[in-house]
Ligand binder design. Structure first.
Ligand SMILES: [Zn+2]
Ligand SMILES: [Zn+2]
Ligand SMILES: [Zn+2]
Ligand SMILES: [Zn+2]
Ligand SMILES: [Zn+2]
Length: 300
């Protein structure tokens, strides 16, 4: 097979594999190196692949002539789902093992999802083991919402201009009735005079702008008589990190020594003060920066 034939053959493979799967592809280079990523664009001479580099994603251009073949991804996500659904909700070791597997495969967000499940499973485990003495105030989590900031992690310093309400009286209409302004077209009369050529004289016409009411809703505040406070942009104040919990939103539960069970029967050490894991399996949706890697970061 000559080179150009090989190239078009590879392009064909790329097209086929892309139309059938949405997951990652494994690109095997002639050097034997494997690159796993999502093919985002292709030309006759090269393909562009989005790969994961640590926490971020990078784009990489691979010349077609250096590609041996492209395989459909191993369906890691599918495998993950299969593994996850096979774990019984009480199987703490199963979750642990899956976290290790996810980390090995570089599936950080999936690992995080399993951690959330593991946390729930651990709590359930405590409740089952100590049906009478699991700690009620913290619901066996060992953590209590910070009393100083009510679990928000930040405190709002009220805006002096709006005293924390986030809105101020509408300057255009606050002293008027019900947030209404006099209609400018009819001067508040609800009707105006118009010259009717067919009659040769002026006739009174009902004002359509205000539907004959003579008043229109204040356009500045839509009749609410209030407008957003510009000092605080409607937020009611400036947020600052809660001093009491240092922004972590939680305090360790004292009655159970943060063990989740009254009296701490298993003599657990207090939980590490790491970043608080949110109680959700949602993946973080913040867009990640995409450093563009022009050269092959794996070397040749
Ligand atoms: Zn507690
Ligand atoms: Zn706090
Ligand atoms: Zn304000
Ligand atoms: Zn207004
Ligand atoms: Zn009018």
């Amino acid at each position: 097979m000559n080179n150009s034939l090989l190239a078009s053959f590879i392009v064909c493979c790329v097209l086929i594999s892309c139309s059938f799967c949405y997951g990652d592809e494994v690109i095997i280079l002639k050097t034997g190196r494997k690159i796993t990523g999502k093919i985002i664009s292709r030309t006759e001479t090269s393909i562009q692949v989005e790969i994961k580099v640590g926490k971020s994603k990078a784009e990489m251009t691979i010349p077609v002539e250096s590609i041996e073949r492209i395989e459909e991804g191993r369906g890691l996500e599918e495998e993950f789902q299969k593994k996850l659904s096979a774990i019984k909700p009480t199987d703490l070791d199963g979750y642990q093992a899956l976290i290790v597997w996810c980390e090995k495969e570089g599936m950080k967000s999936q690992a995080q999802r399993v951690r959330v499940r593991l946390k729930k499973a651990e709590i359930q485990f405590l409740k089952d083991k100590y049906p009478d003495s699991w700690c009620r105030p913290c619901k066996a989590t060992g953590k209590l919402a910070c009393s100083s900031c009510e679990g928000k992690g930040e405190k709002i310093e009220p805006c002096p201009r709006c005293t924390g309400r986030g809105d101020v009286e509408c300057r255009s209409c606050a002293r008027k009735e019900k947030g209404a302004l006099d209609c400018r077209r009819c001067g508040g009369a609800g009707v105006y005079e118009r010259f009717d050529a067919s009659k040769g004289r002026k006739v009174k016409t009902r004002c359509t702008t205000c539907s004959g009411k003579g008043k229109i809703e204040c356009p500045t505040c839509n009749g609410k008589q209030k407008s957003k406070c510009e000092d605080c942009k409607g937020k009611g104040g400036k947020a600052s990190k809660c001093e009491a919990c240092k922004g972590k939103k939680y305090d360790l539960c004292k009655p159970c020594e943060s063990s989740g069970v009254k009296g701490n029967p298993e003599k657990k050490a207090p939980q590490k003060e790491g970043p608080v894991q949110e109680d959700s399996e949602e993946e973080t949706k913040t867009p990640k920066k995409k450093p563009v890697v022009k050269d092959n970061p794996f070397g040749r």
